[in-house]
Ligand binder design. Sequence first.
Ligand code: IMP
Length: 208
Amino acid sequence: MKIIFATGNKGKLREAQEILGSGYELATPADFGIFEDIEETGETLKENSLIKAQYLWDRTHLPCFADDTGLEVDALDGAPGVHTARYAALVAESEGRSTEGKDHNFSANMDTLLEKIAEKGPCAARTARFHSVVTLIVDGEPHYFDGVLEGSIAHEKAGCGGFGYDPVFVACEYPDRTVAEIPEETKNAISHRGKALRAMAAYLKENE
Ligand code: IMP
């Protein structure tokens, strides 16, 4: 079965292909001549993943899925949440500061996160979670799958593996290092996205 994954990220594609197994052939939007950046205008992770999957379904009418992830920090009442990818730029904009170089900038995002938690004082709740929602569309019908990775936000960045907020995120399973300090396969085995993709894979296999 051929399925399109709404991503251009090779790491995500490899992870999804490993989870789905050889019975499923993953394709990307580029394989179908779709190169546009799909605008994520939803107010929730679920809405954004549906927007991306629906866009692909409307153009191809082939089975397809999309994911959306947010980091929810308790001290920040669940922020950055749906704004995780653009956090530094959005905070700078809301505070009337320059956004130059801050858009989709992992390092600036982590700096902003650490600053915002520090502003809450030394007793701020650093507990946090990555939350992924995957929307799969088959025969025009959307199906949703969730995955969560619980952990906390470190006081400073450490490690150079992974991507995004990995250098400041400590997973409950590996409390003595950040996710950027654990091997990729170890991270994939516990990750939010891995859990949502495994739930989707189980659904596909049950409903073949
Ligand atoms: P996306 O929906 O997968 O594009 O994720 C949105 C944003 O969440 C990304 O730009 C990253 O900053 C962050 N993110 C998603 N997954 C991870 C992860 O596994 N580790 C660290 N950051 C992540």
